[in-house]
Write a protein that binds this ligand. Structure first.
Ligand code: FAD
Length: 310
């Protein structure tokens, strides 16, 4: 069995594996796709101390760093069930989609999350070329330009307020008849001179010139009329979904499906820790995921040295 088994190979999982391996304990990492969301990212400009890098480059650096240590890397492996230990300090099982079961004295869950997509023509084609999901990451790229935010929940309205301070103009598009964000955020939004809010609007397509986004179309759900908005960027803020469906019967999840962790990254299941976008820790970012992964590994080590020798 492993001393520490990490599930998920994004920034959180890679950091956890390195921190665990550096303690000289038996470490494994199983991931469906090593690199995680970083693989889908183009420019990264907020990875502190590296002024610019690209997703695939950072993803291969993560893997190379992990492989410098004695870590059992199991790529292209999807976990389907976590089986908590039957006795205190006992072995925890992780069943994989391929039928195998891995066992470990401690487990770190770092299966990340995925952005909910609009699923309209042009969205895939122009992802990273005008279609963006993270205002903290890509906002500054649209300085002085016109953008739209799709979604009028808290994250959409927060994004619109944030972007309004950077870009020339923001159009916020909400499907429902009214915004769903907290009233204080809506008041702040309404006070901004360079934001327009469109409700009862269904985004129907992303337009582009073959290289980058040039606009979007939406249908007014009350009049059925089609409208066109000319812009340079579209921030999709209709939900971030944690990859935790497989954990619903084993660990405590928040109403949004995030793994509940304490300040040390511990779940309520003894020996099971979690880190990164899959957890309740706020702000889903690479540096945060790496910090949380490192912390979870140190917590797992602390847990292991407190177990009675068998
Ligand atoms: P992830 O990166 O999501 O990794 C999850 C890992 O778990 C993957 O290896 C996945 O294959 C694996 N996995 C999932 N389910 C299972 C399973 N059942 N079994 C086994 N493995 C599983 N952040 C920034 O800081 N700066 C940026 O510029 C930036 N730009 C972004 C651009 C885009 C387009 C996107 C999508 C995100 C961006 N982010 C950015 C956010 C950043 O990528 C995430 O915060 C970060 O990757 C989270 O790391 P993580 O390790 O928690 O999860």
């Amino acid at each position: 069995p492993f001393d520490v088994l990490v599930i998920g190979g994004g920034p959180a999982g890679a950091a956890a594996a390195i921190y665990a391996a550096r303690k000289g304990i038996r470490t494994g990492i199983a991931a469906e796709r090593f690199g995680g969301q970083v693989l889908d990212t183009m420019g990264i400009e907020n990875f502190i101390s590296v002024s610019h890098t690209e997703g695939p480059k950072l993803a291969s650096a993560l893997e190379a760093h992990v492989k410098e240590y004695d870590v059992d890397v199991m790529n292209l492996q999807r976990a389907k069930r976590l089986v908590p230990a039957s006795t205190p300090g006992g072995l925890i099982g992780v069943e994989l989609e391929n039928g195998a079961t891995l066992s470990a004295r401690s487990v770190i869950l770092s299966t990340g999350a995925r952005w909910r997509q609009m699923n309209v023509p042009g969205e895939d084609e122009y992802r990273n070329h005008g279609v963006a999901y993270c205002p903290h990451c890509d906002g500054p790229l649209y300085k002085g330009k016109r953008v739209a935010v799709i979604g009028g929940g808290n994250s959409g309205v927060e994004a619109a307020i944030d972007l309004a301070g950077i870009v020339a103009h923001v159009t916020l598009i909400e499907f429902d008849t009214q915004l769903r964000a907290d009233a204080v955020l809506q008041r702040k939004l309404n006070s901004l001179p360079n934001v327009a809010v469109v409700t009862s609007a269904l985004t129907t397509r992303v337009d582009g010139d073959g290289e980058k986004v040039t606009g979007l179309r939406y249908r007014d759900r009350t009049t059925e009329e089609e409208h066109e908005v000319i812009l340079d960027g579209i921030f999709v803020q209709i939900g971030l979904v944690p990859n935790t469906e497989w954990l619903s019967d084993s660990v405590a999840l928040s109403a949004r499906g995030e793994i509940e962790v304490d300040a040390r990254g511990a779940t309520l299941v003894p020996g099971v820790f979690a880190a990164g976008d899959a957890t309740t820790v706020p702000y889903k970012q690479i540096v945060i995921a790496m910090g949380e992964g490192s912390k979870a590994a140190l917590s797992a080590f602390d847990y292991l040295i407190r177990q009675e020798p068998v």
